[in-house]
Write a protein that binds this ligand. Sequence first.
Ligand code: 5GP
Length: 133
Amino acid sequence: MADYDNNNIFAKILRGELPSKKVLETEYAFAFHDINPQAPTHVLVIPKGPYVSMDDFTANASAEEIAGLWRAVGDTARTLGLVEGGYRIMANHGHHAHQEVFHLHVHILGGRPLGPMLEGGDVPPDGTWERTS
Ligand code: 5GP
């Protein structure tokens, strides 16, 4: 995967160069509403450090940064009132997962029943998958 680009959209949001609807901010993480929500509540939680994706983060971030991000994910969900109804978290890494912004972000989705995990997934009738990489 390519090196971290300091001018990606979420880096600019972190620096305050682009606006965002903030939910929560800590020493290690920043949470804000997704611009194109896929559920009544759709929030992104990002680390403050420059990590391209979950792969980069889990290989190179410090224990404090990793704990700080996940603590912020839980705190954000509680702040949004999603605990009782339930929520889904998701992080896309790379091509197969359709990652579009190359600064790690954890999606938090909730506010309605979310259906099966990969709604619209194209499962072959015999249940087998052809690997493409
Ligand atoms: P990905 O497919 O990389 O996991 O998700 C990228 C997410 O970033 C998408 O859900 C998209 O709507 C969101 N997004 C893209 N640009 C912006 C932006 O400028 N502001 C905010 N708040 N979200 C954005």
